[in-house]
Design a protein around this ligand. Structure first.
Ligand code: PEP
Length: 248
């Protein structure tokens, strides 16, 4: 059976309490979604969002976690603290964190292990830079990140892969559908080779997904949903993307 599709929003460092109105509008527009819905707001909003969603199946998640369960790490957040605030997921190894905070595959892998220990679903992000794409090394880079960032305890139930070409994030540029298909099928083959349930892992595409391109992207084989940045901030933008995924 194909894995249940997932529409995930990454709010990054955007949003204050006023933005909860967008979540209310989104839940009203998708009262009984036939796909999984997830918003990863700034950590400051998790508890309020958890309260606001009440019985709606919307899931909420963090955008990073520490490798340790607790301790002297000023400014960091532990996976168990995310879970305590209502999170069920955490984005790990986003290219902005890899670039801004020098996160390596090994660190992302350790964070994913910590997330799993706290009962969270880890969304592990991988993707090539423009220079890597242009030099023809995309599959090597993405394969290496996948092998290095996903821990041995990963299963289809506790891990989601997000393929996010760095050059497509926030730029309005999107790979061709053939390019997306090539990378997703390679990721799938790697997952199947490594994990007994590799066929069931969800593989999200991320990078400038918009209402206008979502349906085409969701028709690509092995695209099981999207990780959406800018277009997840407003219900008016995210809702048609969710609707396209529900139709896919
Ligand atoms: C992201 O940051 O995960 C992302 C996909 O951003 P955007 O949709 O804005 O390109």
């Amino acid at each position: 059976m194909a894995p249940r599709k997932l529409a995930a929003g990454n709010w990054k460092m955007n949003g204050t309490a006023a933005a909860l109105a967008e979540v209310q509008a989104l839940m009203a527009a998708h009262a009984a979604p036939n796909v999984d819905l997830l918003i990863c707001p700034p950590a400051t909003l998790l508890a309020q969002m958890n309260w606001a969603k009440q019985a709606h199946p919307l899931a909420i998640g963090g955008q990073d976690c520490h490798t340790d369960a607790s301790g002297a790490h000023t400014g960091d957040i532990a996976a168990a603290q995310l879970a305590d605030a209502g999170a069920t997921h955490v984005i790990l190894g986003h290219s902005e964190r890899r670039a801004d905070h020098d996160e390596t595959d090994a660190l992302v892998r350790a964070k994913a292990t910590a997330a799993h220990a706290a009962g969270l679903i880890a969304i592990v992000c991988i993707g090539e830079t423009l220079a890597e794409r242009e030099s023809g090394t995309t599959l090597t880079i993405v394969g290496g990140q996948l092998a290095g960032s996903v821990p041995e305890d990963a299963t289809a139930a506790n891990t989601v892969i997000a393929y996010e070409p760095v050059w497509a994030i926030g730029t309005g540029k999107v790979p061709t559908l053939d390019q997306i298909a090539e990378v997703h099928s390679t990721i799938r083959a790697d997952l199947v080779a490594r994990f007994s349930d590799g066929a069931n892992f969800r593989i999200l595409y991320g990078g400038s997904v918009k209402p206008g391109n979502a349906a085409d992207i969701f028709a690509v084989p092995d695209v099981d949903g999207a990780l959406v940045g800018g277009a997840s901030l407003k219900a008016a933008d995210f809702s048609p993307i969710i609707a396209a995924l529900e139709r896919a």
